[in-house]
Ligand binder design. Sequence first.
Ligand code: MD6
Ligand code: FE
Length: 151
Amino acid sequence: MLRSYGPTRPFDGAQALTIPDAFKMIAQTANSTASEFPQINPDVCIVNYYTNSGKLGLHQDKDESESSLTKGLPFISISIGDTAEFLFGDTRDKDQATKINLESGDVLILSGESRLLFHGVSHVKTNTAPSWLKEETGIRPGRINLTFRQY
Ligand code: MD6
Ligand code: FE
């Protein structure tokens, strides 16, 4: 699959929206808390919605500029809603990958040497979102993941 970043969506020409300042602020606050990592000014935010049967195969995120990747600039991932089992490792082999749970509110940063780790989501755990989140926002079942990067 050809993947690239651009101002419009190839299949219908829709314009990419501006990243809301409040979102950028959350990502940059998380970034600065991990003070050993370089700071980015995010200009790309990908929002993925996973239903409870959603998954994402092991992959590397390497569609950013060569300069961004060479510097190992962080990508910052924020999870909202149901818990995901997240896999990461040095190869595409899911049996060798490390598994962790990403719960609602968790932030994961891949930076420096870990920037090109293989990673993915093996499954989303039904009905694991915090009850206050469901009550206060009416969020539907599943998981939202936002990843912020600097192209
Ligand atoms: C996650 N997301 O949902 C991991 N990669 O926890 C990703 O790895 C990802 O959401 C590339 C583009 C969008 C993504
Ligand atoms: Fe990814």
